[in-house]
Design a binder for this molecule. Structure first.
Ligand SMILES: [Zn+2]
Length: 470
């Protein structure tokens, strides 16, 4: 057992590129955890933890210096959420020896296992439904994209290294295990650790300390994490149809046996959630990663491709009218969770007491369904016009990656809001029909052209007119 390195009350100085950390010392307060490589301490800085190594080698400290100097842009910075516990400053003792680093504390979060495992979820976060799981997956893809864009490889993506809060906002921890490339010297500080079930087939059985990894390796791990979130289980699992006993999970992964493989010996089991239940674009991402991408890392979907597919999937989710925690893909056609409950007697998203915020999200879903057909027409027209570069100023903000903010409306105000939205919808619809009728009645080209332009203008202004006001 390594000797303890920190002591309560010990004062350390910060060395970093942020002025706020340079001048004020950090005192260790209480020890939070001890691992094989070091200790994590609460500090006198609210919201910041210190990690101190038992063996702070020169390479370890140089790697931290590169990370401190080159942080990735946090995709959730605007909402004050820390998406990764990134090293903010190097910590030195009184003699000037570097011992470890200072990082943001990720509070009020649970491990990813508590979120994707149905039994744990029911206890820890009841009401964390399939919509939340989709949004969590989308946010993890977005965070991975941000980390890759600065040349880092996460290396050891696993549920223990991802924490999630009750708004489906994840945070990656243990970032000092990432693979880091020094942009000045080109030196690579490798990620020597990996986890069973997440290591891509080409790295199985190899000494990771001797390998420079690529983003392609992370893409496999990301797909497994997203599979866990959306289907509650590992992809390389099912009913073995080959000779003899089923190989162990590592062999199944190594040989590419998953229920939707092209030459697989695994069939979906009775509890397997079918691939068809997710949005077609998300299905394609899984098929690409675990079939074509099984041996060829370059064919696996990038985090950006996952992000795009998951955004479409989230937009396609619909609230079930029977069970308040059910969300299903409209592309699937009906509520899979109701079907599953009927067939198996198991409901992994059982009815729960929803928070005010969740109830409002469902109400907004109902309003969205009302205006959806017209919104689709608007989106088509807008995207065509944007391609031409003419109407960029009319573009609506992208859908928020996070779940809706806590509401401030009372019930009568909500009714008023829906009445106004419905009134505006009806008025605009009638105007569109009226203009359309007038345009169709025109005989001369000028009138027809003017009418058509007016029609397009109204269509383009539609998102502004029907946008619900908070
Ligand atoms: Zn249902």
């Amino acid at each position: 057992m390594a000797k303890a390195i920190g002591t309560a009350g010990q004062v350390l100085s910060c060395v970093g590129n942020l002025a706020q950390f340079d001048s004020r010392p950090v005192a260790l307060t209480t020890r939070l955890a001890t691992s094989g490589e070091g200790e994590v301490w609460h500090t006198s800085w609210p919201g910041y933890l210190a990690k101190l190594y038992f063996n702070p080698t020169g390479d370890r400290i140089r790697k931290l210096e590169v990370m401190v100097a080159n942080p990735p842009a946090d995709p959730n910075a605007a909402i004050n959420h820390a998406s990764f516990a990134w090293p903010k400053a190097i910590l030195q003792d009184a003699s000037g020896r570097s011992l470890g680093f200072l990082m943001p504390e990720i509070a009020h979060s649970v491990g990813l296992f508590d979120v994707y495992n149905p039994q744990r979820r029911r206890t820890v976060l009841p009401g964390f439904n399939w919509l939340y799981l989709h949004v969590t997956a989308m946010n993890i893809a977005s965070i991975t994209q941000a980390i890759h864009s600065k040349g880092y490889v996460l290396g050891d993506i696993k549920p223990q290294n991802i924490l999630v809060n009750n708004q489906a906002l994840p945070s990656v921890i243990d970032t000092d295990s990432f693979q880091v490339r020094d942009p000045m010297s080109g030196q690579v500080f490798r990620c020597p650790v990996g986890s069973e079930g997440f290591t891509p087939p080409e790295l199985l059985g190899r000494d990771l300390a001797q390998i420079d990894q690529t983003a392609g390796h992370d893409r496999f791990r990301l797909a497994v994490i997203i599979h866990l979130l959306l289907f509650g289980d590992q992809p390389y699992k099912g009913v073995w149809t080959g000779w003899g006993d089923s190989p162990d999970p590592n062999q199944l992964l190594s040989q590419g046996h998953w229920p939707y493989g092209t030459t697989t010996l695994i069939q979906p089991g009775p509890l397997t959630i079918p691939l068809e239940t997710v949005h077609p674009e998300v299905q394609q991402c899984f098929l690409r990663c675990f079939n074509e991408g099984h041996r060829d890392a370059s064919l696996r979907p990038t985090p950006a491709e996952w992000l795009r597919a998951l955004k479409l999937a989230v937009a396609d989710l619909k609230a079930c009218h029977r069970v308040n925690c059910h969300y299903y893909s409209q592309s699937y056609g009906r509520c899979y969770w109701c079907d599953r409950k009927k067939a198996l007697g198991v409901d992994i998203f059982p009815k729960a007491a929803l928070s005010h915020q969740q109830r409002q999200a469902r109400n907004q879903d109902a309003v969205a369904a009302l205006v959806k057909p017209l919104r689709q027409a608007v989106d088509t027209a807008s995207s065509y016009l944007e391609e031409k570069g003419a109407m960029a100023w009319l573009r609506s903000p992208l859908p928020q990656l996070t779940l809706p903010k806590p509401p401030s409306l009372t019930l009568p105000e909500q009714w008023l809001k829906y009445a106004v939205t419905t009134g505006l919808t009806s008025t605009a619809l009638l105007s569109v029909l009226l203009i359309g009728k007038v345009v169709m009645a025109q005989k001369d080209t000028e009138s027809l052209l003017f009418g058509t332009l007016l029609f397009i203008g109204l269509i383009a202004l539609w998102p502004r007119l029907v946008k619900p006001s908070d």
